[in-house]
Design a binder for this molecule. Sequence first.
Ligand code: G1P
Length: 312
Amino acid sequence: MTKDEETILIERIGTMKKVRKAVIPVAGLGTRFLPATKSMPKEMLPVVDKPVVQYAVDEALEAGIEHIVFVTGRNKAVIEDYFDLHPELVGTLEQAGKVEQIKSLESLLPAPGATSFTRQQAPHGLGHAVWCARDIVGDEPFALLLPDMVSFGKRGCLAEIMDLYEQTSGNVIAVEQCDPNETNKYGIVGKGPEVGTGFEVTAMVEKPAPAKAPSNYYINGRYILQPEIFQLLGTQKRGAGGEIQLTDAMVRLAASQAFFARPFQGRMFDCGSKEGFIQANVAFALKRADIRGSVLDAIREMVAEQDHVVAA
Ligand code: G1P
């Protein structure tokens, strides 16, 4: 970076509004995970020993977020209880002398008063869920994390796009490349000139057929958005799947504001799908010193057995 570029960057950071709040939508019904999600929110399914939603909260706090807004729905009250102290449990652990376990549980909690819960009263889509957070977020840029997508890498995905936001301001989304035949599963962006660690976004389309996709860069569930998105979401017509789509409102916002994308250096596991959820469990288990060896041995054995069955 030259001296001039550095001065421009420092000036921009000086005037740029800090991203303090993150929205985490947790209202989805989780029909892809029935029967497990019949009486339990999908966000509480564990990856190793932490619920999926805890990974999103950890990632937000790692990126410097100070307040988390959960957009919940019916049958999700257990998520609010999860992010609270549990005096009876602490008492029992204290009596058993399990001090380390108490410390570890407390370390997972956001600070008192640093969470808000609001409800999406009906399942009208992601755009509608985000719009439900408008009053709590107010007139400032915010981060959005879709908790089904669990970030796996040296640094969290949100911390990475926060870096690009500091270089560019505006709106920033994280992307990854998907199989070009699977563009109809995601929001897809068009790739423009490179900027800092990312690139300018030239188009955004929600779940396009491969022939209509502007690239194979898909939106992987992490966003930094300017508050003007809320007005647009308030008037957004239904799009793909008959739902109010966030991507459609972002397209309208892009008419007056810049959008940038940063390819994620790690990888996301889609824990809303069975395959992604199982892969996440294996990947995180292999990072854990206490269980890595036995999990690896078991996987090797199972693979060898499978090879044997296929060969027979
Ligand atoms: C949502 C977004 C989509 C994004 C995806 C990532 O879709 O609308 O743009 O690519 O999350 O998981 P959904 O998975 O809710 O259908």
